[in-house]
Every structure is written in structure tokens, then in C-alpha cells.
Design a binder for this molecule. Structure first.
Ligand SMILES: C[S@@+](CC[C@H](N)C(=O)[O-])C[C@H]1O[C@@H](n2cnc3c(N)ncnc32)[C@H](O)[C@@H]1O
Length: 244
């Protein structure tokens, strides 16, 4: 929630690009605490909107804002009847096997339905690459062996190859956001609730401070503060819009 504005911006950008005249049913897959639900409600005021997530803690927060939610694993989720828009912001990168997941999601759409996806594309960036390097090179390496963050997503062209023959129209683009972060080691704080989480969850709590300190030290040369103390985090995100 610390960087809620920065994390919401791609959801706003994606929702604005969804070209559907009047969707009746809209689903937010991996809705989390429901940050994007008001954006979707404003974009499609006539639609029945539901947020889906596998985390009861996340859904508790989403429910508290009055939106309809469903506890489900996206890997096996399917709607009772076809939906008009499947929206997903920063969630599908956590799921494996996009080769079968994405075509399956298309089958959940009504005619002229739209799949609208945004996923971070950061695997080769220091913020992500250094996590596995630090994880494998400290006293915690045994505890963290085999632990990874979200697996790499496919190349953009692979999503084109996977989806283009199954849909009437497709758009794929990458936007690089330059997030302006402030405070001490803000890039580390950025990762604490997301990509660093699997490592932190897998280690003894007593090892966490030293691990975080080693990761912070490794990151600093890559994200130097500007003269006013602001740190610039260049963050690439892949967008896919596929219309049935
Ligand atoms: C980074 S959060 C994004 C939340 C929200 N879409 C937003 O934009 O604020 C990723 C969400 O995906 C959910 N998630 C991850 N894997 C999932 C799965 N297999 N099934 C359902 N939800 C999943 C997590 O519980 C988390 O709430």
C-alpha cells in the first residue's frame, strides 16, 4: 500500500484503453485489496463487477470497500457464464504456464469480450536480478535454495504468437514508468511487499534484517539518489489487450 499511487497508474492506463461499448460482466483477476475496482467501476458504471483473488487477507480489505469478491485460484478459476472483460493488473506474473493459462482465459470471454492484462517485465533489471544473487550468497543460502520470486513472463512476441490466431484484434505494448521514490533505500521498500516477499517468507525472521541489508547494499550503486534525494526506479510493464 506504501506505493499505491505508483502501482495503480498502470491499472488506470490499462482500463482507459479497454474498448468495449457496454460490458455486462467485468472481472478483476488477482484484485488484491481491490485498488483497481473503483477504477473499473468508474470506467464501466453499468457492469456487474467482481474481484477474484486467492488471498483471504487481501479480499477482506477489498470487501470492506463494498465490492463483490470471490476467493479463487486464477489457475482453476472459471466464471459461471462468459464475461465481457477480464482485467488483471500485476497478478498473472505469479502464475506459471502462460501457454495454457492465457488461451484458457480467452475461453471464459463472451463474444467480443476483452482480455486486458498488465504484468511487470523486470526480470533482467538489478532490482530483481540481485535478489537471487544475494539469496544464494549469504548465510541464508541453504534456507533459500530453490526459492524464487515470480517466474519470468514470456517475451512479448510469444504472447502475440499465443493469442493472435485466437482473437479478432490484439494490442501489445510496453511502458516504462519512471517512479520517483523518496526516503531511505526506497527501492528495497518497493520490493518488500512484492518480489522480495517469497525470500523473506522462506527465511528465519532473525536472518531477515541482515538479508535486507545485504540486498540494500547491492542495490545502491544501481539506484543512486538524485541531488534532491529522489531515487528513480525505471519500471517496465507489459500490456496486452486481446479482443475476441
Ligand atoms: C501485486 S498484487 C496486485 C493486486 C491488484 N491487482 C492491484 O493492482 O492492486 C497481486 C495479487 O495477485 C494475487 N494472486 C497471485 N497469485 C494468484 C492466484 N494463483 N490466484 C488468485 N490470485 C492470485 C495475490 O494474492 C495478490 O493479491
Amino acid at each position: 500500500m506504501r506505493f499505491a499511487d505508483e502501482r495503480l497508474r498502470p491499472a488506470v492506463d490499462l482500463a482507459a484503453r479497454i474498448d468495449h461499448a457496454c460490458p455486462k460482466r467485468v472481472v478483476d483477476l488477482g484484485c488484491g485489496t481491490g485498488n483497481a475496482l473503483p477504477v473499473l467501476a468508474a470506467r464501466f458504471p453499468e457492469a456487474e463487477l467482481i474481484g477474484v483473488d486467492s488471498s483471504p487477507a487481501m479480499l477482506k480489505k477489498a470487501n470492506s470497500t463494498g465490492f463483490k469478491t470471490q476467493l479463487a485460484d486464477i489457475a482453476t478459476w472459471s466464471p459461471p457464464e462468459p464475461v465481457d472483460v477480464i482485467f488483471s493488473n500485476a497478478a498473472l506474473q505469479w502464475l506459471p504456464d502462460h501457454q495454457s493459462l492465457f488461451p484458457r482465459l480467452l475461453t471464459c470471454l463472451a463474444p467480443e469480450g476483452i482480455l486486458a492484462i498488465q504484468m511487470p517485465a523486470m526480470h533482467n533489471e538489478p532490482v530483481r536480478a540481485l535478489q537471487s544473487i544475494v539469496a544464494s550468497s549469504g548465510p541464508w543460502s541453504q534456507q533459500l535454495s530453490g526459492v524464487t520470486s515470480a517466474p519470468p513472463i514470456l517475451e512479448p512476441a510469444a504472447y502475440y504468437d499465443l493469442l493472435s490466431e485466437r482473437v479478432a484484434a490484439i494490442e501489445i505494448w510496453i511502458t516504462q514508468y519512471l517512479h520517483l521514490l523518496r526516503g531511505k533505500d526506497p527501492v528495497v521498500k518497493w520490493t518488500m511487499g512484492t518480489s522480495l516477499r517469497p525470500y523473506l517468507d522462506a527465511m528465519r525472521p532473525s536472518d531477515q534484517p541482515e538479508f535486507v541489508a545485504a540486498y540494500s547494499k547491492a542495490l545502491r550503486p544501481h539506484y543512486p539518489p538524485r541531488a534532491d534525494g529522489t531515487v528513480l526506479l525505471a519500471f517496465r510493464r507489459l500490456f496486452i489487450l486481446a479482443k475476441k
